[in-house]
Ligand binder design. Structure first.
Ligand code: AKB
Length: 354
């Protein structure tokens, strides 16, 4: 039995009405500052309080759970949502502590949003745009030797995730592709307008003015923030651990750019700016913070997760389809964004607390 269309009337205004889930997180802060515009309505939602700096850029903020489908239906119909940036997720390390909760949030939450987006697209005769951050955790490589030999992976390789988070994200990529291309494909009453699903596989992302939590790539941001505060840092992976990286400004720019083009040929894209090891980052950070006390004390459980992720990703498809281009390598990222921004961040923090 197909679910009835959600509402029968087209949205009152064609303006962009954007829902950002997980708005209290790291990406939400940067993304919302770029999304805000006179003719754009931004509705933020999260399970926890949205920081005032982010809240002030939104038209509405709702505290709620992406697993609550009635809450989602209320928010999306009330605000006539026609664009979603679905950032809410439990990341790789936290998900390994509570895998069933992670499945609820990462999969059920995404399913509810896709299902509602499909019904709204059908009702309005207008495709709801659904932007979905996936992850390098969808890849699963059998050994460090194989990882280093494989080099930069393209989107179709080694899709055997070993984490609940990676498995969740890989499934939701397929679910989004289904809703975007194959939804009710044998039905005589198949809707003309399907969800416009678009996905980026994010590498490790480095933000200067927020601290990460729950991720396994958190070791570099944690290393940076510790150095900036003059605190010792024991890195939980080996020095030779390599994965792809990008800065938060590049990440939100890529999400915006991929969202803005007409009909991307693919629904899933790798992005990343550079690959670097934990030891290379430590050495580069010491150039900027000579007193940084960085040691390496691998946590084998978390080390195993990162060892299964690729040393780098091939971003050719994103470059060819919508002009993705990395902005900085590691040294430039530190020099032009990370170190100046992190110093400014902690100067502001010390002024607030003094
Ligand atoms: C994590 O560490 O879980 C995330 C990711 C790599 O997607 N930052």
């Amino acid at each position: 039995m197909n679910e009835p269309p959600l509402i029968m009337t087209p949205p009152n205004s064609p303006r962009r009405s954007i829902l950002v889930t997980g708005a209290a997180g790291e990406i939400g802060h940067g993304l919302i500052s770029l999304l805000r515009h006179d003719d754009v309505s931004i509705v933020a939602m999260d399970l926890r309080d949205v920081p005032e700096e982010t809240r002030s850029m939104c038209d509405e903020v709702h505290l709620g759970d992406v697993c609550d489908k009635n809450f989602l239906e209320h928010v999306m119909t009330m605000h006539e949502t026609n664009e979603i940036y679905h950032l809410a997720a439990l990341l790789s390390s936290r998900a390994e502590h509570v895998p069933e909760t992670a499945h609820d949030v990462n999969v059920q939450g995404t399913y509810h949003l896709l299902r509602l987006s499909a019904r709204l697209s059908e009702s309005w005769g207008q495709r709801v745009k659904f932007i979905f951050p996936s992850t390098i955790a969808v890849y699963g490589i059998g050994s460090v030797e194989e990882k280093m030999a494989a080099g930069a992976l393209v989107e179709g390789e080694h899709l055997s995730p070993i984490t609940m988070y990676g498995a969740n994200k890989l499934y939701c990529e397929s679910l989004g592709r289904y809703y975007g291309r194959y939804y009710r494909q044998v039905s005589k009453s198949r809707p003309e307008c399907l969800v416009d699903f678009r996905c980026l596989r994010l590498p490790g992302v480095i933000a200067a003015d927020t601290r990460p939590s729950g991720g396994t790539s958190d070791y570099v941001p944690e290393m940076l923030h510790a150095a900036a505060q003059g605190e010792p840092y024991a890195c939980f992976v080996r020095e030779d651990t390599v994965i792809p990286w990008m800065t938060m400004p590049e990440c939100v720019d890529a999400l915006m750019k991929m969202s803005s083009i007409d009909s991307p040929p693919s629904s899933v894209y790798n992005i990343g700016s550079f690959a670097a090891s934990a030891g290379e980052f430590a050495e580069a950070i010491r150039q900027h913070f000579p007193d940084a006390e960085i040691t390496f004390e691998p946590d084998q459980g978390r080390q195993n997760l990162v060892d299964s992720w690729p040393a780098d990703v091939d971003c050719s498809r994103a470059r060819e389809d919508w002009g993705f281009a990395p902005k900085w390598g590691m040294e430039e990222a530190l020099e032009h964004y990370i170190v100046p921004a992190i110093r400014k961040h902690y100067e502001a923090v010390s002024q607030e607390t003094s």
